[in-house]
Design a protein around this ligand. Structure first.
Ligand code: 5SP
Length: 220
């Protein structure tokens, strides 16, 4: 399975989002962090801006909803054309119903877990999702350092996915760089979100290629 790279536009220039989406045209996805200042202590963008990003982006959008009440808001992101919509397990009231609705609307359905959230209650529900997102920082901000302690959870998910013969992707998000991506890939991740490492690089396409090459050496 090839590694997929999803740069986070949280580290882009918010006055030049179309330009900065163009800068990551060689990536597999653009990761769009939606924050509501309730679920996380930060505020980014909502549906009206996301709809415009979906119209101008050269790469498919991977929406990561760090918001309260995703049951109400997430379907709008699928309707706006998101390739993938990921909501938080801690915030959703009816995660399976919501995942089914996202799939019905034509989007991949992702379930995100904060670093301290156990995956065990969700393992029997894996067929309902297309992706599990393991947060490797506390959600809310870019530029934090990678939490090594989430790697056993990544491995646990990958093992459960393999044992069940499923095609569920495992995404890691937070603190991913050339220094950490190999360990995340080794643990079983196949989708890698990187914000500051990509947008902070002098050569953005070169950084995307370097991260992909490193991860590819370790993806199973
Ligand atoms: O969801 C988040 C933060 O909540 C991430 O997507 C960050 O944007 C990743 O940034 P870096 O840690 O790669 O700088």
């Amino acid at each position: 399975m090839s590694a997929l790279i999803a740069p986070s536009i949280l580290s882009a220039d918010f006055a030049n989002l179309e330009r900065d989406l163009g800068a990551i045209a060689t990536a597999d996805y653009a990761h769009v962090d939606v924050m509501d200042n309730h679920f996380v202590p930060n505020l980014t963008l909502g549906l009206p801006i996301f709809e415009r990003l979906a119209q101008v982006s050269p790469v498919p959008l991977d929406a990561h909803l760090m918001i309260a009440d995703p049951d109400r808001w997430a379907p709008g992101y699928a309707e706006a054309g998101a390739a993938s919509v990921t909501f938080h397990a801690e915030a959703a009231t009816a995660p399976v119903r919501l995942a089914r609705e996202l799939r019905r609307l034509g989007s991949r359905a992702g379930l995100a877990l904060r670093p301290a959230t156990s995956v065990e209650p969700f393992l029997d529900l894996l067929p309902e999702f297309d992706m599990l997102l393991v947060m490797s920082v506390e959600p809310g901000f870019g530029g934090q350092s990678f939490i090594e302690g989430v790697l056993p959870k990544v491995r646990r998910i990958r093992d459960a996915v393999s044992e069940a013969g499923l095609d569920v992707w495992v995404q890691v998000d937070g603190g991913i760089s050339r220094a950490t991506i190999e360990r995340a890939a080794d643990a079983g991740a196949n989708v890698f979100v990187a914000g500051s490492a990509v947008y902070g690089a002098e050569n953005v396409p070169g950084e995307i290629a370097a991260l992909r090459a490193l991860a590819d050496q370790h993806t199973h």
